[in-house]
Design a protein around this ligand. Structure first.
Ligand code: CU
Length: 132
């Protein structure tokens, strides 16, 4: 079902990525009013993760906490992004957005929509669970 979300551009980029780096785990994520699917997203610690998030209905956003829920070390990022300032993303409808990081510290990382999208916007949330 999710494969239907990928346009032609997405397919070519997916091919390039798998040739360049076999160790990337690609996870397709769908966003729509007012949920992300799947959620929670379970990954293993130390694996490079590439989320490919596609909005199905309108512009949404993706903003993830860099430290796990309940952590008192707010300055110690448990998610290491491939480029700077990558914790905020705008998700245009139908256009896959790539979010790439290495999960360094086990725990539950909450994310939410950061682009006001309607009455249920405040409840549009999800979680990434990094397992040890
Ligand atoms: Cu939204």
């Amino acid at each position: 079902m999710l494969s239907g979300l990928i346009g032609t551009a997405g397919l070519s980029r997916l091919t390039n990525t798998s040739q360049a780096d076999q160790d990337v785990q690609v996870i397709e994520v769908a966003a729509k009013k007012y949920e992300y699917t799947p959620s929670p997203i379970r990954v293993k610690r130390g694996v490079k993760i590439q989320l490919r998030i596609t909005s199905l209905d309108k512009t949404h956003g993706f903003k993830i906490n860099l430290s796990p829920d309940g952590s008192d070390k707010k300055n110690d990022s448990g998610l290491i992004f491939s480029s700077k300032n990558d914790e905020y993303f705008k998700l245009e409808k139908g256009l896959p957005t790539v979010v790439e990081f290495v999960a360094r510290t086990p725990g539950t990382y909450s994310f939410h929509c950061c682009n006001r999208c309607g009455i249920g916007h405040g409840g549009m949330k999800g979680q990434i669970v990094v397992e040890p």
